[in-house]
Every structure is written in C-alpha cells, then in structure tokens.
Write a protein that binds this ligand. Structure first.
Ligand SMILES: C[S@@+](CC[C@H](N)C(=O)[O-])C[C@H]1O[C@@H](n2cnc3c(N)ncnc32)[C@H](O)[C@@H]1O
Length: 160
C-alpha cells in the first residue's frame, strides 16, 4: 500500500532563489517524487466547525503530534495559533498551551473557540477582563476615535 504524493521540493541554503523567479527562498530544482509512504502519512478525519479560519488544521492531526511529543501536564507552544486547534487539542489531552497569533481577527477566533471548548471565560492577564469586556472596550475606543475625527472635520469647516 502506498500513497501518491506531489513532488517534494528540497529546501536548502544552497538554493537561495527559486528558479521560477517567484522569489521563494531555498526552493531549488531538486525534487523527489513519491516521498509519501504509509509510515510517514498521517490519516485523520477533517473536522468542521473549527472557527472562522481559512486554513485550520484538523484537530486530530495536532493531537497526534501532541501525544507523540509531550506528556500530560506538559506545556505546548504554538507560535502560529490561527483558530486555536493546538490549544483545543492540548486542553483535550490534559496539557497547557500558550500561543501567538499576529492577526487580531484570528486572535478573537482563537479565544472564542478555546473558551467555548474550555466552558469557562478566558481572562486578560493583568486586568482580569473577560473577552466580552475587552471587545466592548475596543469598540468604545474606536467610537471615541471616530468622534474625535468628526469633531476635527467639523472644526475645520469640513475642509479636511
Ligand atoms: C496555517 S495558519 C495556522 C492554523 C492553525 N494551526 C489552525 O488550526 O487554525 C498560520 C497562522 O499563523 C499566523 N501568523 C503568520 N505569521 C505570524 C507571526 N509572525 N506571528 C504570529 N502568527 C503569525 C497567521 O495569521 C495564521 O493564522
């Protein structure tokens, strides 16, 4: 039994630029066909309802690696948290999880998904504010900024 796979590109510092001129780093001409083998293919069921992220990992895939590399009680770190699949998988397996996410929108998706799974509110470190309070504070801040801008426009007679 074997799995078909796409060509696998060899990444190497010796190949600093893609020959296609795409600007991709380390993407050389060396390609390997058929590297996928039963031993290195992990089959998991795709899962719906993982939050609004464009590229969520199936939770079962993350769980496979968490089980393989950590013990219950360990701490898992995901620097590209997205919709928090890693955090949810870590909680389900009795691990803690820290994560980073560059997109403010996806941070919201992650917090909402993780706290729904945990069935308890997540609190902002320092202030202890709930997610709902943080969201409200953010909205009020935006409303203040809009109000200030409007006042400025009116003060200049609508010339800016
Ligand atoms: C492939 S997605 C991760 C999906 C995640 N495993 C899930 O199941 O939802 C990669 C995420 O990394 C985030 N990201 C990209 N660059 C980042 C950076 N420098 N620091 C933190 N997050 C980053 C993106 O916004 C994106 O949500």
């Amino acid at each position: 039994m074997s799995h078909a796979s796409d060509d696998v590109v060899i990444y190497s510092p010796l190949n600093p630029k893609a020959p296609s001129g795409s600007g991709l780093l380390g993407c050389g001409a060396d390609k390997v066909k058929g590297m996928a083998r039963p031993s290195n293919v992990i089959e998991v069921k795709a899962e719906g309802g993982q939050g609004e992220h464009s590229a969520p990992y199936p939770r079962a895939l993350v769980e496979f690696f968490i089980k393989a590399f950590t013990d219950p009680g360990d701490v898992v770190f995901d620097p590209f948290l997205g919709s928090a699949s890693t955090m949810v998988a870590a909680m389900a397996l009795g691990r803690s999880c820290f994560g980073m996410e560059i997109s403010a929108g996806y941070c919201d998706v992650a917090v909402q998904r993780a706290q729904t799974f945990a069935k308890k509110p997540f609190l902002l470190a320092g202030s202890g504010a709930t997610f709902e309070q943080v969201k409200l504070g953010r909205r009020l801040g935006q409303e203040d900024a809009i109000k200030e801008e409007l006042e400025e426009i009116l003060a200049t007679g609508g010339t800016r």
